[in-house]
Unconditional design. Structure first.
Ligand code: FES
Ligand code: FES
Lengths: 593, 152
């Protein structure tokens, strides 16, 4: 359409035009125009019925090794994140948030906070009480000096231990049907061998390295926002609504985000709304407001990957072939009550709660999947790889259990049950590169094992083989992870590798360490000492193999995460004979007898 | 007013003595390359050099740094830092990039005392520096690469 627009402008034939470096060129006359110059007109041209794509031999950038353009700035301290914005006269705000989710302010005494040197104002906003100061440390001291009483009567006074009991009880009650093929109940009743297991997953915080941060400047014409935003559309609409202005009067400067993993793509635009509310309440200061979160705010601030429990029961026939698979999942919907509900929730089923389970990759004739979506006041959100964070774990461990029960090799068992050629492709590649079937080199004093898992997410296919060494006390290391990925055309192969490496580290971090728990509505963790993340000494050697492909490019940011935890759990089983079905792993269960 | 020497320049800052050096650097002096990640010496994002040794600026009161030499990522120089930054770019270590200034400050201190670190040495020296993006494998490779460059 750009070419058609240029052809029309210059009254030349479309065959005489070529595109190069963002320009349409007419070689015979030397005329050229940028895509931008042509865009407006192109939008009015008739849409071609068919578009010929460039042939792969003609790719100039795609599939080649290209360097990141930001590595230098990110290595010398000059890269600008939202936290680094420094506008003239800017003030720093910290917000005291309710003691439990949904609690309301009853009363606050602000005198001591206001007496802290550097504190300029204390204001009440719908989200809590904000202390505004010349700098972070003064704002922090001011916030610490607030004396607040919260009314918790309408709040979510959830305790994770009770919540767990309720969730486990729900596993025994029928839920909403997400998928049903054949007659799983009957096939299970007639199966030669039956297995069942329960899997548990905690709430998880995203904990991006840069805590949330947003600068807001109110102007006569509207407002400007500086943030590492992942969802400008909802952020802009939210700001406009709070200020009573039009969305086009809100200008968002998108800066680098110091990690996010979904946290800065919140349909509720929570931290943006807070910053805008504080700016609105302090309009008389005529100062840009920089709302910062501390790590404690981040860990306790909600919008977690929801807690889930799953139960799976399955049956094998006399030859060891699976004939029935029954899965029930319990966990909050991340879409319910958001603008995404209409798109993601179908017939009461939040697709993101069951993705990876309701479309199980294994050919099992009788498949039945049910979901309970209890409502609780703990805010939840997508988290790198969303529903696959839990469905890959339960399904990939349970398929391993079925293989063991059938007396078959876990790789070969999967291989015969998977229909999708690309899924089998990565499975085979990872197994081959890992030397599946050959013994692991023994190391003295440890039990070693190898495990495999494979999963499709975001239209990409990833298999991972993990190798572990388990000490007598149950502590273990993941020594090596071999990863095979099919993401269609790998546009920038080195960045595909980087995302797999990062996804594996991210998955391992959660598997080894992470859990958010609540007691009487209070989040029990607060910072990295009690919500630890993976450290360099725990990082396995990672090998990434990319399947050559001409298929359309698909996701790589998330798909590296899901197979990691089940691959490690399966490796731990191979090493110790113990099945860990709960995250994070409890290593005490791996102690030698 | 508290006197400190930042990146070779004597400065005098107006801050209460308990203010962590991190916030003096970021808020008083506008040196935002040193990052805030936890505020309790758990993540290493705020790593600077105090008289050449790596410290966590978030837990160092500015009074403890009075009259002393502080080096931040903006002022970090010398063979090791240069070799590290080149290796970081060559291997495209950063993802979000937020932790990387701290990683380089810790790695520079390692190379200053150990020109040929093993993987285990690197893991020990950098275990206090979290990377949520888990760029650890490339960090290890880049430290080795920088060490090789320095040995010539
Ligand atoms: S901010 Fe200082 S160690 Fe985390
Ligand atoms: S590169 Fe993102 S935290 Fe290290």
């Amino acid at each position: 359409m750009l070419i058609a627009a240029a052809a029309d402008n210059w009254k030349v034939d479309t065959n005489t035009l070529v595109t190069l470096d963002g320009m349409v060129l007419h070689r015979p006359s030397g005329r050229k125009a940028s895509y931008g110059q042509l865009a407006e007109k192109a939008a009015t041209m008739p849409q071609p019925a068919e578009v010929a794509l460039k042939s792969p031999q003609d790719f100039k950038y795609i599939g080649k090794q290209f360097k990141r353009t930001d590595s230098k700035a990110k290595s010398n301290g000059s890269a600008q994140f939202a936290s680094d914005v420094r506008l003239p006269g800017q003030l720093t705000a910290l917000l005291a948030r309710p003691s439990v989710f949904g609690a309301r302010l009853r009363r606050v005494q602000t005198e001591r906070a206001k007496a802290v040197p550097g504190v300029r104002a204390v204001v009440e906003v719908p989200q809590g009480v904000a202390v505004i100061a010349t700098d972070f440390w003064s704002a922090k001291k001011g916030r610490d000096a607030l004396q607040i009483e919260w009314d918790e009567s309408g709040g979510a006074r959830v305790s994770t231990t009770e919540q767990r009991d309720q969730y486990l009880a729900l596993l025994n009650q029928p839920g909403k049907v997400a998928r049903s093929e054949g007659d799983a109940a009957q096939a299970l009743a007639q199966a030669a061998k039956k297995l069942e297991a329960t899997f548990e997953f905690p709430y998880l915080a995203h904990a991006p390295m840069e805590p949330l941060s947003c600068v807001v400047q109110l102007k006569d014409s509207g407002c400007e926002i500086w943030a590492g935003s992942q969802s400008q559309t909802s952020d802009q609409a939210t700001a406009a609504q709070i200020l009573g202005i039009k969305p086009e009067q809100v200008k968002i400067h998108t800066l680098l985000a110091g990690g996010s993993f979904g946290r800065r793509a919140n349909p509720a635009s929570d931290y943006i709304a807070e910053a805008v509310s504080v700016a609105k309440a302090t309009r008389d200061l005529s100062a840009p407001i920089h709302l910062m979160w501390t790590r404690e705010d981040d860990i306790r601030g909600g919008y977690y990957r929801p807690m889930f429990v799953h139960a799976i029961s399955a049956g094998l026939d006399a030859q060891g072939n699976p004939v029935a698979w029954n899965q029930r999942l319990v966990g909050q919907s991340i879409a319910a009550g958001t603008a995404f509900e209409g798109g993601l929730v179908k017939d009461g089923i939040d697709m993101t709660s069951v993705e990876g389970a309701s479309n199980l990759a294994y050919a099992i004739p009788n498949l039945h999947v049910e979901l309970h979506s209890p409502k609780l006041g703990v805010p939840v959100l997508w988290w790198r790889s969303v529903g696959h964070t839990h469905t890959a774990f339960s399904t990939e461990i349970f398929i391993d259990e079925l293989a063991a029960a059938a007396g078959k090799d876990p790789y070969a068992f999967r291989r015969t049950l998977i229909q999708h050629p690309r899924l089998n492709g990565v499975l085979e590649l990872a197994a081959t590169k890992a030397g599946w079937g050959t013994p692991l080199a023994p190391k003295s004093g440890v039990r070693r094992g190898r495990g495999i898992a494979v999963h499709e997410s975001f239209n990409s296919f990833v298999a991972e083989v993990a190798e572990v060494s388990v000490k007598p006390d149950g502590s273990f290391s993941v020594d090596r992870v071999i990863c095979a990925v099919d993401c269609g055309i790998a546009v920038n192969p080195d960045q595909v590798r980087a995302q797999m490496e990062g996804g594996i580290g991210f998955g391992l971090s959660a598997a080894l360490h992470s859990a958010i728990t609540l007691k009487a509505g209070r989040v029990e963790q607060s910072n990295f000492h009690d919500y630890p993340l993976l450290r360099i000494s725990e990082m396995p050697r990672v090998e990434v193999h990319i399947v050559p492909s001409q298929a359309a490019p698909t996701g790589v940011g998330e798909p590296g995460v899901p197979p990691l935890a089940p691959a490690v759990a399966n490796a731990l089983f191979a090493a110790t004979g113990k099945r860990l079905r709960k995250l994070p792993f409890e290593t005490s269960e791996l102690r030698s007898a | 007013m508290i006197p400190i020497i930042v990146n070779g320049t004597p400065r005098s800052v107006d801050a209460t003595p308990d203010t962590p050096l991190l916030w003096v650097l970021r808020d008083n002096l506008g040196l935002t390359g040193t990052k805030f990640g936890c505020g309790m010496a758990q993540c290493g994002a705020c790593t600077v050099h105090l008289n050449g040794a790596p410290v966590r600026a978030c837990m160092t009161p500015v009074s403890a740094a009075a009259g002393q030499k502080i080096t931040t990522i903006e002022g970090a120089q010398g063979k090791a830092v240069k070799a590290l930054q080149d290796a970081w770019v060559k291997l495209d270590v950063p993802q979000c990039g937020y932790c990387q200034a701290g990683q380089i400050m810790s790695a520079a201190a390692l190379l200053a005392g150990n020109p040929q670190p093993t993987d285990a040495d690197i893991d020990t020296a950098l275990d206090g520096n979290l990377c949520r993006c888990a760029t650890y494998q490339r960090i290890r490779a880049a430290v080795h690469q920088a060490a090789r460059t320095m040995r010539g």
